[in-house]
Design a protein around this ligand. Structure first.
Ligand code: HEC
Length: 310
């Protein structure tokens, strides 16, 4: 028996070996992105919830800055006013008629105002003459993005397609830390590399900087000189979107820095990717408590029954 265990263990080890070797080889060839710094996020952990004010500020950063190039088209305006959403109201603020049900996102005055005044209008139609027309958004509309279609998006962005951000936090590995680092991780490219116009260097973008090392740092056969380090990260087509002071926050206490904007917009995008997280965690906790009580009861009845058997 013992022998079989040992053999199995050795086999498992052997199976893992090539993975280790290949992993290292891939890194040596391609360079790698810098290790992501770890942030504390409100919404992580068993009881984590979104910070409602941070999600509101994040929506402001999104709609003033990111929305110039990216859509969040999975979201409708009314989602902003749903339970757990950044503009959800239990009851109407003072001054609104009592007949109004502000917990209904379609009657929520903030959501209505955001939709009506949004920077992009909704294309609707055709009208009686057969033409499409633009109109202000309603709470039931999806949040309109900046482009009519992907081809238009590419032609405006030098051929690169800015992805829709609705699900980006789930779509990227370590989404919240990655997106925050990307937004704060722009740097002057090291002098050993060539960066084409319209491309920007970022230490956290998963690219391959070994391809961009200048000829003067290579030998005659094109191999990179031993003395030259391949820089972390990669280049991509997003111009650094944030700088200090670019968004004006109503709350004077909150710093208007790239770091703060990045954290807030990640909070918003995390909510957008998983708006039901809070309800799910609550349900999870309630199920755990229920199961604990049930196990306790079962244990007691088990003791009761067996005590009578003796
Ligand atoms: C001026 C246009 C522009 C603005 C403003 C902008 N982006 Fe981008 N973004 C792009 C483009 C273009 C790409 C695609 C780049 C590429 O694929 O080379 C991109 C890509 C991204 C990506 C994907 C990176 C990856 O891993 O593939 C994320 C995340 C992102 N942007 C987030 C944001 C956020 C958040 C904001 C607002 C703070 C923002 N962007 C503002 C143009 C923009």
């Amino acid at each position: 028996m013992m022998k079989l265990h040992k053999k199995l263990f050795l086999l498992a080890l052997l199976a893992l070996l090539p993975v280790g070797i290949m992993g290292n080889a891939a890194m040596a060839a391609g360079g790698k992105a810098k290790k992501l710094p770890h942030n504390h996020w409100h919404f992580k952990g068993l009881l984590g919830t979104y910070d409602k004010e941070a999600v509101q500020r994040g929506f402001q950063v999104y709609s003033e800055v990111c929305s110039n190039c990216h859509g969040v088209e999975q979201l409708s305006f009314r989602n902003l006013g749903q339970v757990g959403g950044p503009f959800y109201l239990d009851e109407c603020p003072a001054g609104f008629p009592e007949s109004l049900d502000c917990s209904n996102p379609n009657e929520n005055p903030y959501v209505k105002q955001i939709a009506a005044e949004y920077k992009f209008q909704v294309t609707d139609g055709p009208d009686e003459a057969g033409d499409m027309f633009e109109r202000p958004a309603l709470t039931s509309d999806r949040i309109p993005g900046p482009y009519a279609n992907d081809n238009q998006a590419r032609s405006i962005n030098n051929g690169a397609l800015p992805p829709d951000l609705s699900l980006i936090i789930s779509a990227r590995h370590h989404g919240p830390d990655y997106v925050k680092s990307l937004l704060t991780g722009y740097k002057e490219a090291p002098e050993t590399v060539n960066v084409a116009p319209g491309q920007y260097y970022n230490e956290y973008y998963p690219g391959d900087m070994s391809l961009l090392i200048k000829d003067e740092y290579r030998d005659e056969e094109g191999h990179i000189l031993k003395t030259v380090d391949v820089p972390y990260g990669g280049v991509f087509a997003m111009v650094p979107p944030l700088f200090d002071g670019v968004v004006d926050y109503a709350d004077e206490e909150i710093p208007e820095t790239v770091d703060q904007y990045a954290a807030d917009v990640v909070e918003f995008l995390a909510w957008a990717a998983d708006p039901k997280l809070q309800q799910r965690k609550k349900l999870g906790m309630m199920s755990i408590i229920y199961l604990l009580i049930l196990s306790g009861l079962l244990y007691l009845s088990y003791r009761e029954i067996w005590s009578k058997e003796h």
